[in-house]
Ligand binder design. Structure first.
Ligand code: SF4
Ligand code: SF4
Length: 286
C-alpha cells in the first residue's frame, strides 16, 4: 500500500507523522519512506540517514541548431510553458522554465532542435533499520520540483508499505506526489488557517479520487471547526495529537515522536489498520 502524507500548508507536523509512522511500522516489516518534499527534505534529520547512494536528476532541454533553423516560430507556439521564444533571427531558450516535455523538438519542421540534459537536483537513498529512505533534493534556485518527485516515485516498492512525505501546499508538486497513491493522510491543526488549507487540500485529493483521512495535530491550540468540517465532509479523523511541550521539544531536537515517547507506537500501528479498512471499503464501493 502506498500512502501519501500531505498538508495544505507547511509546519503542521507532516514530517513528524511520516517519520514516526515509518519507524513504528518498521518494527514488523520493511518500510519505504519517500521524501518528496524536494525543496526542503527533512525526514533524514529524524531518521539520521546515512546516504549510501546518490545520483543526479536531470531533465532534457532543447538545443537549437541555428544553421537549420528558419525562425518559423513553431517551437514557441507549442511551448505552453513559455520556455522558448523566437525573436527575429534568434531562438531564446529559458531553461529554468522548460519542463522537458519534448514538444518543440518533436514539432520543429526543420529538425533543428536536439535535446541536452540539465541537472536540477539529486536523488539519495539510505537506510535506518528497516526503513529505506529515498529523498529528492532540488538544487537551490531551481523552480521545477515535479521531475525530481517523479524520479523518487519510480523507486516505490509495491511489496512494502510505502509512505510518501508530500510537499506542503496544493500546487503541482503536491499533485505529482499524491497522484497514484492508495490513500492520502492530511495533517492539519485546529485553527482557521489550518481549516482553510485543509479544505483546499481535500479538494485536490478528491479531484484525484483518492480516499483521505485527517490527523489533527496540536489539539488544544484552536477550536473545533476542523472537526466539524470533517464530520460534514464525512472525512474520518484518524488520530489527534495534543499540543504538548514535550512533543515540541522532541521535534525541535530532530527526535522522532515514537523514539522520545514510545507510548505513541500503538497509535501509529492502529493508523495503518484503519487506513487498510477504509481503502478496502472504498474498493468495494467502486
Ligand atoms: S520550430 Fe525549429 S525551425 Fe522553427 S523557429 Fe523553432 S527551432 Fe527554428
Ligand atoms: S521541451 Fe517542452 S517545455 Fe521545454 S521548451 Fe520545448 S516545448 Fe517548452
Amino acid at each position: 500500500m502506498v500512502i501519501s502524507v500531505a498538508s495544505g500548508k507547511g509546519g503542521t507536523g507532516k514530517t513528524l507523522v511520516a517519520t514516526s509512522w515509518a519507524l513504528a511500522l518498521s518494527s514488523n516489516a520493511k518500510v519505504q519512506l519517500l521524501d518528496c518534499d524536494v525543496e526542503e527534505p527533512n525526514a533524514h534529520i529524524f531518521l539520521h540517514l546515512q546516504v549510501d547512494q546518490s545520483q543526479p536528476v536531470s531533465i532534457a532541454v532543447p538545443k537549437v541548431d541555428e544553421t537549420k533553423c528558419t525562425y518559423c516560430g513553431k517551437c514557441a507556439e507549442v511551448c505552453v510553458y513559455n520556455a522558448i521564444a523566437v525573436v527575429q533571427t534568434k531562438v531564446l531558450i529559458f531553461a529554468q522554465l522548460c519542463h522537458g516535455c519534448g514538444a518543440c523538438s518533436y514539432l520543429c519542421p526543420e529538425s533543428a532542435i536536439t535535446e541536452e540534459s540539465r541537472e536540477i537536483g539529486v536523488l539519495e537513498r539510505g537506510h535506518c533499520g528497516n526503513v529505506e529512505l529515498i529523498q529528492g533534493k532540488l538544487t537551490i534556485g531551481e523552480p521545477m520540483a515535479p521531475p525530481i518527485i517523479r524520479e523518487v516515485k519510480k523507486h516505490v516498492d509495491p511489496t512494502r508499505t510505502v509512505i510518501i512525505d508530500v510537499p506542503p501546499g496544493t500546487s503541482c508538486p503536491v499533485v505529482e506526489a499524491v497522484k497514484g497513491t492508495d490513500f492520502c493522510l492530511l495533517v492539519t491543526e485546529p485553527t482557521p488557517f489550518g481549516l482553510n488549507d485543509l479544505s483546499l487540500a481535500v479538494e485536490v485529493v478528491q479531484k484525484l479520487q483518492i480516499p483521505c483521512g485527517v490527523i489533527i495535530n496540536r489539539v488544544g491550540v484552536g477550536d473545533d471547526r476542523v472537526e466539524r468540517y470533517c464530520v460534514e465532509e464525512k472525512i474520518p479523523v484518524l488520530l489527534k495529537i495534543p499540543l504538548d511541550r514535550e512533543i515540541a521539544i522532541l521535534y525541535s531536537k530532530g527526535i522522532p515522536l515514537i523514539e522520545g515517547m514510545p507510548q505513541w507506537r500503538d497509535a501509529f500501528l492502529t493508523l495503518l489498520q484503519d487506513i487498510e479498512q477504509i481503502v478496502s471499503a472504498s474498493q468495494v464501493v467502486k
